[in-house]
Each structure stands twice: as structure tokens, then as C-alpha cells.
Design a protein around this ligand. Structure first.
Ligand code: LLP
Length: 421
């Protein structure tokens, strides 16, 4: 459920009519619903309430500081994968004790900065990284809490570009090597083993791969404890999928995911951490765009929008589906016609949808891409010198621009022409 609904024939974000925001901000823009973000976060905390837990929002999915503050104030932890994301979480007021540091290529500088600033744990991805964390901790006179991310070799049955839990993927340490790595960790100075980490992929629509991975984590917990390690925390990653197509079968709910976690891991007495991104932010955001032209092609028509692949890259990059709806609700009985929905960027890949059934639209009409809150604005670029798309947050009947559209002067001022040219 989200809070983007038609009211009096106009699409609203909570109590704000989308055309009102469009008039104030111009298109294209992202708009997020505070009520939806809050609700989705709470679905996870409720689902895990029988166990000690921390829900760490994967801020790579939506990293605007205002959104992080909203979630952080509710008590959320944050999962970060770069020092830039760490600084965003801190700027949002989230204390280091609630920030976990994931990512396959943490640099020595990032490790030091996180240790100095305070960090809940590093999710270690390789032996060289583990040794670097030990060295940094010793030189700073700190103890670095760590988990080791294990790769359980489980097929997440999702898009190949976002599956991470197979042995051929770059992520984690092969689970068969885990005991040896924990043995080394126990000997290295400056490290404190706190648990195990696993993340098998994103947009999973079935609980079975999670259950297979978590079962392996339960077995490993017992083995590592028998080896004398203290395993008190299990970080289970993110990955629960969302319904992108309203017409399709809905993926499992957070409550079902929580029950499965209790069933597979509840007996171990560990604190459970999860790192959901998409399920919290995905359906909490839409991308609003205007029609520039409607163009007649050979055997097909094109709806040319002012949003493009640089603003929302998921269709071009993963063949992802996003529902596209008119902001002015079509009158009952209006006929839909198939049309290709495209952006103005000079690539054929700049196609949002082929032969999508939509009511007739005209220049300046507004449309909205649903489920665009996750991996939308964060993956935007300035390709074709198109300014980075702005972001708006709605709460009840209020809205605020939480990231401004840069001006062309700002964009051009970043380029420097050397004096010798
Ligand atoms: N934890 C780790 C270690 C991750 O790598 C990820 C996502 C998450 C948590 C959050 O996963 P989520 O709950 O959002 O599925 N750009 C792609 C998705 C990339 C996901 C990368 N890792 C897309 O637009 O579909």
C-alpha cells in the first residue's frame, strides 16, 4: 500500500495534488511520501518484534538526507557502502552505533574514517580487507566490530545484474572457507567478531532462496560457536521484492519474511539485523514527468517525455517495468492505446516502455512512474547535460523540495578550462 492515490480525478501524494508540485518545481521530479516510508519501515520492525532486531535502511536505494532523517528519527539503523553514504547518515543525525558498513571495496581511507567517526560493524568482504581493518583499528587504538559476509552459493532467482549470493558473484567469502577466516579474525588484533552477514540479492519474489541461505547461516552459527567464537548478531541483508506490476502476483509480505526468519534463526538467541532498501523506499516514490510531444512513427506512436534514462535508468539497465499512469485520471470508459514511452536522450535504449496501453495524452500532460522511490534518483546522472532531477518530500498536506534542480550555471561552473588551452 502507498499514499499515491487519485482524489477528485487528480493524482495526489498524500494530501498534495501532483500538479501543485509540478507548478512549483517544474518537471521532471521525484516525490516521496513520508507516510509510506514510515509505514514500510514499521512493517519490518513489527515483523521482527518477537526478536531483538535492528532494521538498517539500505541507503543506496534512496539516500536523500531528509529521508534518512525521517527514518533515523523512527529508530532505523543505516546500511552504507561508501564513506559518502556514511556521511549522509551522520548528517541525518544517525549515530555511528546504528550504521553498518557493507560493500566489497572499502578503501583504507574509508575504513579509518568510519572507525574514527564510530561504526556499529564492518561487514567484511575479503581477507585483505579484514587485515586492513585490523591494521587501521590498531593504529587508531580502537576495536573494530566485524561480521564476515559469507557467500552461501544460493540462486536468488532474480535479475542476473542484482543477484549476489552465487559463488561466481564477487560478494562475500565462500561459506566453505568461513571457519578458516573466522579463525584468522580471532587472532588479528583490533577486531571483535560480533556475528555473520549474508545478502543474496535484490528484488527477490520468493522466500525459498532466503530460507536456504538463512539455514546455512544457522548451521554456520553452530559451527563457529563450537569453534569458540562469539556470534551474537546475524545480519541478513536486504532483498525482499516489491510488486512493480499491479497486475502481477504480489511478492511475500514483510510479516511472512519475519516469520520465516523466526523459524530458521529464532532459536539461536542472536540479534537480527536486516538491510532492506527497495521495500521501504520503492513504492514510497514516484517520478513525475510531462509529455513533450506525441510523435507518429511507422506502425507505432511515441510518447516523448521530459524524463529520460538519465533520470530513471532501471528500464534501460534491467529491462525493469514501471507502471506509468496519467496524473489526471482517465474518465471511466476511456480507451487505452498502445504507445512507446520514451525520453529525449539520443539513444534507442532511452525507452521506458514499449507498446504500453495508455489513454490519449497531449503535450504538457503529466504522467507518473510508480514504484520509482528505490534506485531512481540515486542512479540519476547528467547525461546529455540534463540537470540532476530534483526530489520533493510530502508529509500530509505539506511538501518541500529536498534536493534542488541544479542550474545550468552551476553545472557549467564545475568544468574547468586550463589556462594553457
Ligand atoms: N544490503 C546489501 C549488502 C546490498 O548490496 C543491497 C542491495 C541491499 C542491502 C538492499 O537490497 P534491497 O532491499 O534494496 O533489495 N539498482 C538495482 C538494485 C541493486 C541492489 C544492490 N544491493 C535495481 O534498481 O534494481
Amino acid at each position: 500500500m502507498d499514499h499515491f492515490l487519485y482524489r477528485d480525478g487528480l493524482l495526489h501524494a498524500e494530501d498534495v495534488a501532483i500538479p501543485e508540485i509540478a507548478a512549483a518545481v517544474g518537471t521532471p521530479f521525484y516525490v516521496y511520501s513520508a507516510a509510506t516510508l514510515t509505514r514500510h519501515y514499521q512493517l519490518f520492525t513489527d515483523a521482527l518484534s518477537p526478536l531483538p532486531h535492528l532494521v538498517c535502511f539500505a541507503i543506496k536505494s534512496l539516500s536523500n538526507v531528509a529521508v534518512l532523517k525521517l527514518l533515523g528519527d523512527l529508530g532505523a539503523g543505516m546500511d552504507v557502502v561508501s564513506i559518502g553514504e556514511y556521511l549522509r547518515a551522520r548528517a541525518a543525525g544517525v549515530p555511528g552505533e546504528r550504521i553498518v558498513f557493507s560493500g566489497v571495496g572499502k578503501t583504507r581511507a574509508e575504513i579509518r574514517a568510519a572507525l574514527e567517526g564510530g561504526i556499529r560493524q564492518f561487514n567484511v568482504e575479503s581477507e585483505p580487507e579484514m587485515r586492513a581493518i585490523s591494521e587501521a583499528a590498531v593504529s587508531l587504538g580502537k576495536i573494530a566490530p566485524i561480521t564476515v559476509r559469507v557467500n552461501p552459493d544460493v540462486d536468488a532467482k532474480t535479475h542476473a545484474k542484482i543477484a549476489t549470493g552465487k559463488s561466481e558473484n564477487k560478494f562475500g567469502i565462500p561459506i566453505a572457507r568461513a571457519r578458516a577466516v573466522y579463525a584468522e579474525a580471532a587472532k588479528l588484533p583490533g577486531l571483535k567478531i560480533v556475528g555473520i552477514d549474508v545478502h543474496i540479492g535484490s528484488q527477490l519474489t520468493d522466500l525459498a532462496p532466503f530460507e536456504a541461505a538463512f539455514t546455512k547461516v544457522a548451521e554456520l552459527t553452530a559451527q563457529l560457536r563450537a569453534d569458540g567464537h562469539e556470534i551474537s548478531r546475524l545480519d541478513l541483508g536486504g532483498g525482499l521484492g516489491i510488486p512493480y506490476e499491479r497486475s502481477n502476483e504480489a511478492p511475500p509480505l514483510p510479516v511472512e519474511y519475519g516469520q520465516m526468519i523466526q523459524r530458521t534463526l529464532g532459536h539461536l538467541g542472536c540479534e537480527i539485523e536486516i538491510e532492506p532498501g527497495r521495500l521501504i523506499s520503492g513504492n514510497a516514490g514516484i517520478l513525475v514527468s510531462s509529455v513533450i510531444w506525441v510523435k507518429e512513427g511507422e506502425g507505432r506512436d511515441f510518447l516523448i517525455l521530459d524524463a529520460a534514462m538519465n533520470d530513471l535508468v532501471r528500464p534501460a539497465m534491467y529491462e525493469a517495468h514501471h507502471d506509468i499512469i496519467p496524473v489526471v485520471e482517465a474518465a471511466p470508459g476511456t480507451e487505452n492505446h498502445p504507445i512507446d514511452v520514451v525520453g529525449p536522450v539520443c539513444e534507442t535504449g532511452d525507452t521506458f516502455a514499449k507498446q504500453r496501453n495508455l489513454p490519449a495524452l497531449a503535450p504538457d500532460d503529466l504522467v507518473a512512474f510508480r514504484s520509482a522511490g528505490a534506485y531512481g534518483a540515486v542512479m540519476a546522472s547528467e547525461y546529455n547535460t540534463r540537470p540532476l532531477v530534483p526530489e520533493v518530500l510530502v508529509k500530509g498536506d505539506q511538501f518541500a523540495v529536498i534536493r534542488e534542480r541544479p542550474t545550468f550555471d552551476e553545472i557549467l561552473a564545475r568544468d574547468k578550462v586550463p589556462a594553457w588551452l
